[in-house]
Design a protein around this ligand. Structure first.
Ligand SMILES: [Zn+2]
Length: 55
């Protein structure tokens, strides 16, 4: 999960939402502050975690 600095505040985005929001990222100049692999993190857009669950 990456923490993005956006004009509307910092947002965690999963890789799927990063693709979906690519236009906004480019147009509004979002930049990734850092990346963290933490299964407890939830995407600000879709509410899903980024980490695959292996069982
Ligand atoms: Zn998402």
């Amino acid at each position: 999960m990456k923490l993005w600095v956006t004009p509307r505040g910092d947002r965690w985005l999963c890789s799927e939402c990063e693709k979906i929001h690519q236009a906004a990222i480019a147009e509004e100049g979002w930049r990734p502050a850092f990346e963290k692999n933490d299964p407890m993190l939830r995407c600000s857009e879709c509410g899903q975690g980024d980490v695959e669950i292996f069982d």
